[in-house]
Design a binder for this molecule. Sequence first.
Ligand SMILES: [Zn+2]
Length: 203
Amino acid sequence: MLNINKDAEPAFFTEFKEQHQPKSWDDLKPVTTTLRQHMMEQEQTVSDKALCTYCEKTVTLESSHIDHIRPKDQSGRYAHLFADYNNLAVSCCSKNSCGQKKDNDYHDDFINPVEENPADYMTYEVMTGKVVPASVSAKNRVENTCEMLGLNSCYELLRARILVLLSLNAYREKGLLDYYIDTFEQFPTLIDFYRREYLQRGI
Ligand SMILES: [Zn+2]
């Protein structure tokens, strides 16, 4: 999961809210595509590619949506945060992971990528590409967060991470890891993990 460093709320979004006094997310519809584009470009672009906050796959305007980290459903305890800029993240549209999988779930254990750096809690299993806790104390939070987002249960996502690991392994065996490790467009925290495991240790 990315760590999202939120910029100040964009002026056009603030102005729209002031002018229209939205009561629900639907009332914000005229500006949500522009808002999503802004967030993708300003906050979620790594090496020129916009990435899903949760799974770190590349997203486009056609293949993404704005996810409310704390859910916006009107009956829920976070309904009042529907227009809170710091509660918004761009997610891919996979049915089996990320924003759509999380849906209206939320738990205080959830690792919030705007408020915390997920890399402080999550690391990877090098053989499988699964997200695992970085420490014993992080176990419950990481497992709950992965469960909510499908980070270890979504077959397509796991397969994509394994393919990246297989490529990295092949480059490493040929002594070309240093040269190619920066060419991957997705999964920057997995790439960072691999770099720490194999380049910085000099294996
Ligand atoms: Zn995703």
